[in-house]
Design a protein around this ligand. Structure first.
Ligand code: COA
Length: 291
């Protein structure tokens, strides 16, 4: 399809309730397991989130969602954007609709860096729009521990007060990694919780919360939201309900576990970047900041 015959693209922002509802209806038609209904009801659609969609008769046919991100690149903060929910209804593919929404979203981003996490079916799609793949690493550390002390309480993100607390820690607190990370992405993490995809959120201290859970003999420590440094190691026995032998991190643990090792590529990440130059040191963008 030539550029001149591309269909019009609608920008859906935080106050466009009817179009948001159409977007929410579109998502499960393309991504079977994902839903935006509860996340939206929880106030997740904030000023940083907008969707670029081809809408016909009130139906979203194709979409690219754009989240404004406060990226951290080797300790330096930069405004960037993350794409998500990129797709087209199966009945309307091959007509240039995804191209139309990709181009509108990229126009919106201008010269700013853009990143996205793809999937194996679209590895040849994003390079058509100037994106290049970038390796993500898995980090693990051997660590033997047994449960001890009072278990860290589990926090419920369906509680608006808990969501507000997470937002404050995420915006004002210590980023979990500065090699390649972000600040202020609690509304993204909350999406995982709203869909039942996140590990439990545990309260270590008033101002230190962690998404973590044990599987087999491994503690998966997905993220840490805190106002300041604390002795994370001392809290491990209160995060586990059975003995563990190792920890896997959902982020680059240069701050929280410097002796953790890069254990191989995160083959499930499929990160693509545009106008973004990342650390040559191994890194993992926080898993609960992926859209
Ligand atoms: C990938 C997807 C969005 C493409 O939608 P579409 O409307 O059929 O795409 P378009 O017709 O606009 O095609 C745009 C261009 O990409 C190409 N293309 C389309 N699908 C592609 C794919 N899977 N891999 C590589 N190239 C692809 C087209 O040939 C076209 O090329 P051109 O414009 O340079 O000639 C659609 O197949 C989809 O929704 N897939 C499932 C959801 C998904 O996996 N989304 C990605 C999430 S990260």
């Amino acid at each position: 399809m030539s550029g001149s015959s591309l269909p019009p693209v609608t920008e859906i922002g935080p106050r466009d309730a009817a179009s948001q509802a159409a977007f929410c209806d579109y998502v499960p038609q393309v991504f079977q397991r994902a839903s935006f209904h509860l996340w939206r009801a929880w106030g997740g659609w904030n000023e940083d989130y907008r969707a670029f969609a081809v809408v016909e008769d009130g139906r979203v046919l194709a979409n690219v969602s754009v989240t404004r991100m406060r990226l951290l690149l080797e300790g330096r903060e930069a405004t960037g954007f993350q794409f998500g929910a990129v797709g087209c209804l199966p009945s309307h593919r091959g007509r240039g609709l995804a191209r139309a929404v990709m181009e509108a979203a990229l126009d919106f981003c201008g010269e700013a860096p853009v990143l996205l996490f793809a999937n194996p079916t679209v590895l040849e799609f994003y390079p058509r729009f100037g994106f290049t793949p970038w390796r993500q690493e898995l980090f693990t550390a051997p660590h033997e521990a047994v449960p001890g002390g009072a278990p860290a309480p589990t926090l419920d993100l369906s509680d608006a007060g808990v969501r507000a607390g997470l937002a404050a820690l995420s915006e004002e607190g210590l980023p979990v990694t500065e090699r390649f990370g972000a600040r202020g992405y609690s509304s993204i993490s909350t999406w995982y919780a709203a869909n039942g995809f996140s590990r439990p959120l545990r309260r270590l201290k008033e101002d230190a919360w962690a998404f973590a859970g044990v599987e087999g003999d491994t503690l998966y420590l997905d993220d840490v939201f805190t106002r300041g440094l604390f002795d994370l190691r001392a809290w491990i026995p209160r995060l586990i309900d059975r003995p563990i032998r190792r920890i896997q991190f959902g982020f680059t643990p240069e701050r929280w576990w410097p002796e953790a090792t890069a254990a191989g590529e995160d083959t499930k990440a499929d990160l693509f970047v545009r106008r973004l130059s990342l650390s040559r040191e191994p890194h993992r963008f926080p898993v609960l900041a992926h859209t």
